[in-house]
Design a protein around this ligand. Structure first.
Ligand code: M6R
Length: 606
């Protein structure tokens, strides 16, 4: 989703801004732009499509200026063309914006009445004209303060001014924003990753704050314009390697990295010498928790749903799962004895963050399961369980999903032991099985060839279904999400037992249906449901685990067998062929696998 960069330096900034915009590309965007200040003029260049297009523009190559802002835009208001790309500028001010201004129509009416002329279809342009209007009577700090007060919605802003050769303003409400410190230069960025090639010294703005960035110092203000002091954090200075290596796509690499994700998680949390799970500094007494509420979006929501099955199976805790965008607007009954767990790869998802914020305001216990440990959700939760899977670039979440469900499984085991819901010998056996999981995932990764052929049938179909029961149901949802987001094929995830209550009507001759039926307690029931769809003409791809027992069913179109382990852990293995199916299907269709259409990696607007 949109990304911001700002640099105030004593040397030319355009190349560094372009470089940092490239670091923000992973978030997903459809246009890019840059504005610098030179000889008292704002120069603005924007282009549709990739940052590469912007970089190749001769105006950018010759762009002068020691102060500037840049942006990658994921369209919300107005189509994704160069006119609507940011920055947006008036004679005096240039602005880049992440987020959505909800009252932009009203503000625009007011500003047009005052004689302001609008060039784009964006909500952002009202910010440019509001600041310009206030600057007629106020200084910069007051103009910013007044402008921010009249905006409804969410924003992270970077602003430069025609008459201010040593000043960038940054402001935040809802969307994340960070300030970075360098030698004789300072920076603004929508995440620390964009700044990492320049600095590891970072300050994060909190909601409502704004800042004035000069070359040699930065001042911070609360929303009422009062100066405040902020901490400078020193992040790890190592820049992670983001190379695709020999892989065609980051997604392919990330799928193959999953055994390592699991090894890292196991190494981090499992104490081999004591056959125990170490969760250090857990801030609550076990007796204070009698229920768990898991909240996330998309794939992270599927992780939450997966965890519900484990928590209910292993512990006596009461478990609820919620989609963040629903949770945030519902009239929730907050429970003092509940632990609220927020699951997010990026740690910046706007809806998940809003749900966290509501829980905090209601005094609830909050825990984040995140990949990006410097993220807003990690910073603002009371307790963090990192998933340690390394940077995930592919918009379709793969290794982060396995990382999330691993940590949630580990947490369910630990709570089960502490609550005495699980006997120590059963716990030890489950830990031993878990330690073998990375190898089993590694072996399962080799079922490639068959899936490549199978994907042809999905590509020719109008639509498809993914069915599972029990532990396999969240995996069916995840498999369907992967297929639809990568290959744009309609895919419906459903509990297999629910088919005859409606969706069976969708089944027609030749429709591909994935049935997840591992040899667990649900196996026989799922096989019966499978027969019902076969009888109505579906082409069933059965995904199960290896077993001595023969599969007793006729007319199965194709079967894929993953490795075998205990029933708790089979969901990890079942996920692999579904990720590969989505990958190969999109590959054959020639789609942009790492950046599927209309989607963003970090969803920072609601
Ligand atoms: O960064 P998060 O885990 O909070 O992101 C949540 C969803 O936007 C994300 O999982 C999305 O559904 C993925 N594109 C799915 O592959």
């Amino acid at each position: 989703m949109c990304g911001i960069i700002g640099i105030n330096s004593n040397k030319s900034v355009s190349a560094s801004i372009i470089n940092s915009l490239k670091k923000l590309e992973y978030r997903g965007y459809d246009s890019a732009g840059i504005a610098t200040l030179s000889s008292g003029q704002i120069n603005e260049v924007k282009s549709e499509g990739r940052v590469d297009n912007l970089e190749k523009n001769s105006l950018v190559q010759n762009m002068e200026g020691t102060i500037g802002i840049g942006h990658v835009r994921w369209a919300t208001h107005g189509s994704p063309n160069s006119l609507n790309a940011h920055p947006h500028s008036s004679q005096n001010v240039s602005v880049v914006h992440n987020g959505i201004i909800e009252n932009s129509t009203l503000l625009k009416k007011f500003l047009v009445g005052k004689g302001h002329k609008f060039k784009s279809q964006t909500d952002t342009e009202v910010i440019v004209h509001l600041i310009t209007e206030h600057l007629k009577t106020d200084d910069i700090v007051n103009s910013i303060k007044k402008t921010l007060k009249s905006l409804h919605g969410s924003f992270a802003l970077g602003i430069i001014f025609k008459d201010q050769p040593d000043l960038i303003v940054g402001a935040r409400r809802g969307s994340p924003l960070a300030v970075g410190y360098g030698p004789n230069e300072n920076y603004l960025g929508s995440d620390s990753y964009a700044l990492k090639s320049m600095t590891n010294k970072i300050t994060y703005l909190n909601d409502g704050e704004f800042c004035v960035i000069k070359k040699d110092h930065v001042e911070f203000f609360s929303d009422d314009g009062v100066k405040i002091n902020k901490k400078v954090l020193e992040l790890s200075s190592q820049e992670e390697e983001y190379d695709k290596g020999d892989y065609k796509h980051f997604m392919a690499k990330e799928i193959e990295e999953q055994p390592l994700t699991l090894k890292n998680g196991i190494k981090e949390y499992i104490d081999n010498s004591n056959n125990d799970i170490n969760i250090y500094n857990f801030p609550w007494k076990i007796s204070e928790i009698s229920s768990i509420t898991l909240i996330g979006c998309g794939t992270a929501y599927h992780s939450c749903l997966m965890a519900k099955y484990w928590f209910e199976e292993l512990t006596s805790l009461d478990v609820n799962v919620d989609i963040a965008s629903e949770f945030r607007y519902r009239k929730n009954r907050f429970k003092r004895d509940s632990l609220y767990i927020f699951v997010s790869q990026s740690g910046e998802t706007a809806d998940t963050y809003a749900a966290l914020d509501i829980c905090k305001k209601n005094g609830m216990k909050t825990c984040a399961v995140v990949n990006v440990i410097e993220s807003s959700i990690a910073r603002d939760s009371e307790f963090v369980l990192p998933i340690h899977c390394g940077t995930e670039i592919g918009v379709a979440s793969t290794k982060a999903f396995l990382g999330q469900i691993l940590i949630l499984y580990i947490l369910s085991l630990k709570l089960a032991l502490l609550r005495k819901d699980l006997k120590k010998d059963v716990f030890t056996q489950k830990l031993n099985d878990l330690k073998k999981l990375p190898k089993l995932v590694d072996q399962t990764l080799s079922i490639d060839n068959k899936i490549q052929t199978i994907s042809n049938t999905f590509n020719e179909a109008k639509g498809s279904m993914f069915l599972g029961r029990g532990f396999s149901y969240p995996i069916a949802l995840e498999g369907a999400l992967k297929l639809k987001e990568l290959s744009y094929i309609h895919a419906e995830g459903y509990p297999a037992g629910e088919m005859k209550h409606g969706p069976l009507a969708l089944i027609e001759e030749g429709m591909p249906v994935v049935v997840l039926a591992p040899r667990d307690n649900y196996y026989k029931k799922t096989i019966s449901n499978m027969q019902e769809v076969i009888a109505r003409g579906a082409k069933v791809l059965l995904v199960t685990n290896k077993s001595k027992d023969e599969i007793v069913s006729e007319n199965i179109w194709e079967t894929l067998e993953v490795e075998t382990t205990n029933a708790d852990l089979l969901p990890f293995l079942l996920t692999i062929p579904l990720q590969k199916l989505a990958y190969y299907s999109a590959l054959k269709k020639g789609f942009d696998i790492d950046k599927p259409r209309n989607l963003a990696k970090s969803v920072t607007v609601e």
